[in-house]
Design a protein. Structure first.
Length: 636
């Protein structure tokens, strides 16, 4: 029987506006004039009365929902045979169908039987989809006597995602093992699937954010498969996702699905999960306007809303972990306006895999320790402090050497000018060098304080900048120290000269030795802060972090720079040089300075060697975590 829904709509509005006795009289007159229309309107009104929320919606929307409710078939008793199927029990119901567990008589197997009155291309659309993340359709048949459509589908023991989230909504219980326990409690006994056991093993070891990324990655792959075969789901929501006892999510209910570029005449979905353009298409259809074509972006948006709900239920508050921050970035791009949203579900799958890879990278990073943790909390202060300490050490070496080998041989007036030049030089050079250093590290510090709010292009630019910071520090240290090796003797020669040639040589030796010590230690400290602390935090939302890290870090060569060797070698060589040269006079003052200088050089050499070994080990572990190799370009 064909129903004139335009006539039903008009009569429905008239009847819905009446109450009590007036409505009964109206329906009685209508039944005498047009029994079929009156019967349909009575069913719509019953459905409307059962759904209180429809009363607050516009009449047209209420009609559409009531029509859908009116199309749900009546329950089928257990044991009844319908077509080739014996019904074993109802599994659930949706907005337009009931799903039963049934026994297919001809093939003697248990299946899921979807029974509906609505027409559409669900079975045809699903028939071409063969993916582990999509419920398989075996056949479609009709039951003309009852006006029903029967879709025979794969029976998936498991729990719908909405029920699973409701039973594990406490983030403390939402780790993979807790979710598997909930699946075991809520799922029917399933046949052993050895291939799926690996999924269960992986899921059992994941925390909340990684559970969301892992399930979302599999759902995105399933959607990408459907899109590649020209099918849009258009109703992605937790109720339409089954999670098997092995933890594998499967898309189901393609009732309102469409083929790309084909107008099936059916528009639907669930408003809470709809993309803005899908809502506009529905509105256009209601108003009789041309319906704009939908794209895979509509399903991407819906998946983003599902990810948001899973994250809220399972991931807990944003605790600043890399996996959670990256997951938030992916969700934000899924639900963004169409022009900035992920263009495809395949891109979403890559981004979610990136979340998992980034979490794995962080698991492999060496521990920060107290100093590293403080450096993370106060990156600017840490870089300044750990850049200044080597300069102070270099200054101590410089002052001690100068007092022993240079100053003691100068006249009183030359000594006075030496002190003045020291004060003036340090007052000028230190602020300039600190300003240059702050300018270099400023963008990185700002990014870390904002906790990854920049886009991918911004992060990539900052990563490239971070990798140059140690060399930038070498340049700043060189500009701070080496001009003094010529400026001091030249100025003193001009002001209170002439100076003997060996004084120039001693100035060059003292400044070069101090520069080498300050440079090696500054490089090591800033390299650790930049590469171990800043660099791993600049990967939020990157789809293939390890692959890209191998590309970026391959340009650096070895992680064991000459500066690692210099940190221990230079001070010890300096000590040997001082012992060999020795002071000209062994008066008490010279001898005291001599001892201090030798002890300082030997002590700093031993400390530098120990620090270089630890830093090299930490950097090698960081390389391994980021790239999967011990060093860029070298296989693991």
């Amino acid at each position: 029987m064909n129903t004139d829904w335009k006539a039903v709509s008009a009569r429905f509005h008239e009847a819905a506006a009446l109450e009590g006795e007036a409505r009964r009289h109206y329906l009685g007159r209508l039944a005498a004039e047009d029994p079929a229309t009156a019967s349909e309107i009575e069913r719509l009104l019953r459905a409307l009365d059962e759904q209180d929320e429809f009363l607050s919606r516009p009449p047209l929307t209420a009609l559409e929902h009531a029509v859908a409710e009116s199309q749900i078939p009546d329950p089928i008793p257990d044991g009844e045979v319908i077509g080739d199927f014996r019904v074993l029990g109802e599994l659930g119901r949706g907005s337009s169908a009931r799903v039963f567990r049934a026994r297919q008589i001809s093939l003697d197997r248990d299946v899921a039987l979807k029974v509906s009155r609505l027409r559409g291309d669900e079975a045809r659309n699903m028939a071409n989809l063969e993916h582990e993340g999509i419920v398989s359709v075996f056949s479609e048949s009709g039951h003309p006597e009852k006006g029903l459509r029967l879709i025979c589908m794969q029976l998936v023991p498991g729990v719908s995602l909405d029920r699973l989230m409701a039973s594990t909504s406490n983030p403390a219980r939402a780790a993979g093992s807790g979710i598997l326990a909930a699946l075991d409690r809520g799922s029917a006994t399933a046949a052993l699937d050895p291939a799926a056991l690996q999924d269960r093993q992986v899921l059992s070891g994941l925390d909340g954010p990684r559970v969301v990324a892992w399930l979302g990655h599999k759902l995105a792959l399933a959607l990408a498969h459907a899109h590649d075969r020209g099918v849009l789901h258009l109703d992605v929501k937790p109720a339409n996702i089954l999670v098997s006892p092995y933890g594998r999510p499967l898309l189901t209910d393609f009732n309102v699905s469409q083929r790309l570029g084909v107008d099936s005449g059916i528009l639907g979905g669930t408003e809470r999960y709809m993309a803005p353009e899908q809502k506009q298409a529905l509105l256009a259809a209601r108003e009789g306007r041309a319906v704009p074509p939908l794209t895979p972006g509509a399903d991407v948006h819906s998946l983003g809303v599902v990810l948001r709900e899973m994250s809220d239920a399972w991931a807990g508050p944003n605790d600043g972990t890399a996996a959670r921050e990256s997951l938030e970035t992916v969700i934000g791009r899924c639900t963004a306006p169409a022009e900035t949203r992920f263009a495809s579900a395949a891109e979403v799958a890559e981004a979610l895999q990136g979340c998992l890879d980034l979490a794995s990278i962080w698991d492999g990073l060496p521990p920060l320790g107290r100093v590293g943790s403080w450096s993370l909390r106060s990156p600017l202060a840490a870089i300044i402090v750990f850049s200044l300490i080597p300069q102070l050490l270099g200054s101590a070496v410089n002052i001690t050497y100068n007092s022993m080998r240079i100053v003691s041989g100068l006249s009183a007036s030359q000594q006075t000018w030496f002190v003045r030049l020291c004060l003036l030089y340090n007052l000028v050079v230190y602020p300039i060098c600190i300003a240059l250093l702050v300018r270099a590290v400023g963008p990185v510090v700002s990014f870390l304080r904002k906790r990854g709010t920049g886009g991918l292009d911004s992060q990539r630019a900052l990563r490239a900048h971070v990798l140059t910071l140690p060399l930038w520090v070498v340049l700043v240290v060189t500009l701070g120290w080496m001009p003094g090796s010529l400026l001091f003797p030249t100025a003193m020669d001009w002001l209170e000269g002439p100076l003997r040639p060996h004084v120039y040589a001693h100035f060059f030796v003292s400044f070069t030795l101090s520069w080498l010590i300050a440079m090696a230690y500054s490089f090591l400290h800033v390299e650790y802060l930049a590469f171990r602390i800043a660099y791993p935090r600049l990967w939020i939302g990157e789809a293939r972090p390890r692959e890209r890290a191998r590309l970026e870090l391959s340009r650096l060569g070895s992680s064991k720079h000459p500066f690692h060797f210099m940190a221990g070698f230079v001070p010890l060589v300096g000590a040997a040089l001082v012992v060999y040269v020795g002071p000209d006079r062994l008066d008490p003052v010279s001898y005291a300075s001599y001892r201090i200088l030798v002890i300082l050089l030997i002590g700093s050499g031993m400390a530098g060697l120990a620090f270089a070994i630890r830093a090299t080990h930490a950097l090698s572990e960081t390389f391994l975590a980021l790239t999967g190799t011990s060093e860029p370009g070298r296989p693991r």
